[in-house]
Design a protein around this ligand. Structure first.
Ligand SMILES: NC(=[NH2+])NCCC[C@H](N)C(=O)O
Ligand SMILES: [Mn+2]
Ligand SMILES: [Mn+2]
Length: 298
């Protein structure tokens, strides 16, 4: 794995239309991400935060809430990610709501022709403005990367689609909207719901998932929404869903992923300190980052 990591913070909450998740990058830094990665021997650079507007500056509703602002911030993010990769560094993006996957993936896909993606999430984030129950863009980011949804989101970074369905797996899904289910069936997206995780076990799920996302790709991106974990272990998220991936399963998953040595980029999103208990969810994020970057007990 690349031993140079660049942290990029994205204090974005417009895609969730809910305050708090903008403080995610600070909370994850406060929980000790730098110490963790330096102790693991990485050359770490913190590039600071992307500039994201405050929601109070705008009154907006509709099918794509805060579209203009979300696009602007994601364009900056895509450039920042692309620059770090161009400098030979591994971009580690801290959210912020999950709409930022659009910018991260746009930046990575500029360099990696066929990008594989492991999408850890309770949700599919496969809505478009037409199917979304909320108008929140964080529920539309994976769809946008696949070429579905608003033109501004789909073509962000100047090219589309960024991803092919066969190079993606979703892990941990347990809350899908009707339009998301229809899209999954239509394009044959591989989703490991909690049913498969319970039945097969996380080790087998990860082996299969890694095989699929690295088969015909030139690198793999990890997009980890903390709400993929059970709210018992990660309470500080805006859209919690019971019955999720346990603390232990999530570590196992990332340890197996680290062993496979396929990652070229990663993002950890949806940490909301306002809803958290004593920064526990940011703490979990830092521990998971450790596992994803090869931390082991012995
Ligand atoms: N990244 C997330 N937490 N997404 C939650 C999405 C919730 C719901 N499916 C929606 O579209 O509004
Ligand atoms: Mn998500
Ligand atoms: Mn989610």
């Amino acid at each position: 794995m690349n031993d140079k990591i660049s942290v990029i913070g994205v204090p974005m909450d417009l895609g969730a239309d809910r305050r708090g998740v903008d403080m995610g990058p600070s909370a994850i830094r406060y929980a000790g991400i730098a110490k963790k990665l330096e102790r693991l021997g990485f050359d770490l650079k913190d590039t600071g935060n992307i500039n994201v507007p405050q929601p109070e500056m705008y009154v907006e509703a509709g099918k794509y809430k805060y579209l203009e602002q979300v696009v602007k911030a994601n364009e900056q993010l895509a450039e920042a990610v692309s620059k770090e990769i161009g400098d030979g560094r591994f971009p580690l993006v801290l959210g912020g709501d999950h709409s930022i996957a659009i910018g991260t993936i746009a930046g990575v896909a500029k360099h990696v022709q066929n990008l594989g993606v492991i999408w850890f999430d309770a949700h599919g984030d496969l809505n478009t403005g037409e199917t979304s129950p909320s108008g929140n863009i964080h529920g539309m980011s994976l769809a946008a990367c696949l070429g579905y949804g608003h033109e501004r989101l789909v073509s962000l970074g100047g090219f589309f689609p960024k991803l092919k369905p066969e190079n993606i797996v979703i892990i941990g899904a347990r809350d899908l909207d009707p339009g998301e289910r229809a899209l999954i069936k239509e394009i044959g997206l591989n989703v490991y719901t909690m049913h498969e995780i319970d039945k097969l076990g996380m080790a087998r799920v990860m082996e299969e998932a890694i095989k699929q996302v690295s088969r015909e790709t030139d690198g793999v991106h990890l997009s980890l929404d903390l709400d993929g974990l059970d709210p018992h272990d990660a309470p500080g998220v805006g859209t919690p869903v019971i019955g999720g991936i346990s603390y232990r399963e999530s570590h196992l998953a990332l340890e197996i992923l680290a062993e496979a040595d396929v990652l070229v980029s990663a993002e950890f999103v949806e940490v909301n300190p306002i809803l958290d208990r004593e920064n526990a969810t940011a703490q979990v994020a830092v521990e998971l980052i450790g596992s994803a970057f090869g931390e082991k007990l012995l």
